[in-house]
Design a binder for this molecule. Structure first.
Ligand code: URA
Length: 234
């Protein structure tokens, strides 16, 4: 934010109120600057000024962090022309400021993180931070020992110049595996299984770093992350 800034610009940029609504609220004497009612919306505001609009302190932009249990059929982006996005489930002010940290395909379910803290988001998705993501994979065919070893040591994906980084595979039963990877290449899990001539029937993300999908969250439900979950991404 560049100060000084017009009162209506400050409020419309940091809240869901439009400039027109700000004008109306000012007219109704619902805006104060440093405790004094301010009716003129072109007043210049400095960084140290305390602006309150209809009871909401403006500029109080404490970063927000959420986990969502994504159902099938939603895009884990925040805007899409064709499909509904995960923002459909989020009921928060300024939800358009949120970004998804680590996307899932439309048919993948499970843990999605949303935040408006750009640095934290970067730490989740940047390969440098080696943030482990764990997926429950249902396969079309059972895996043999050799295929598991291949997945763990790294496979060549179509059109990629490097092998996938080492991964771990836990066998749940012959059609279900828990795969942990540190990268986030495009359709990575599905392509890893395609590389060993198998096929992913369904995919569910259970964990990102130390953040485990809360078992109390039904598909489509979300909650704020706890302080320790937020701090676990470093
Ligand atoms: N890998 C995939 O192939 N799809 C996802 O949604 C996530 C990881």
């Amino acid at each position: 934010m560049k100060y000084p800034i017009r009162l209506d610009k400050l409020i419309s940029q940091t809240t869901d109120w439009s400039r027109k609504e700000v004008k109306r609220l000012a007219h109704k004497e619902l805006i104060t600057v440093n405790g004094t009612v301010e009716k003129s919306t072109d007043t210049k505001i400095n960084e140290s000024d305390v602006v309150v609009c209809d009871g909401e302190t403006i500029g109080d932009l404490t970063p927000r962090y959420f986990m969502l249990n994504k159902p099938v059929g939603f895009i884990s982006a925040t805007k899409d022309r064709e499909h509904l996005t995960v923002l459909e489930f989020i009921e928060e002010p300024r939800k358009d400021n949120l970004s998804v940290a680590g996307r899932l395909d439309i048919d993948t379910t499970g843990l999605v993180l949303l935040t408006d803290d750009g640095q934290w988001l970067h730490r989740v998705i940047s390969p440098k931070h080696h943030c482990v993501k764990t997926y429950l994979v249902e396969t079309a065919k059972p895996l043999d020992e050799k295929q598991i070893a291949k997945l763990e040591s790294g496979v060549w994906l179509n059109n990629e110049k490097t092998r996938t980084k080492p991964a771990t595979v836990e066998v749940i039963d012959e059609y279900h595996y828990r795969l942990s990877i540190t990268e986030g290449r495009y359709h990575q899990v599905k392509r890893m299984f395609a590389a060993i001539e198998n096929h992913v029937e369904s995919l569910h993300r259970e964990q990102i770093g130390a953040i485990i999908l809360d078992p109390d969250l039904q598909p489509g439900e979300y909650r704020a992350l706890t302080d320790s979950e937020v701090a676990s991404i470093d």
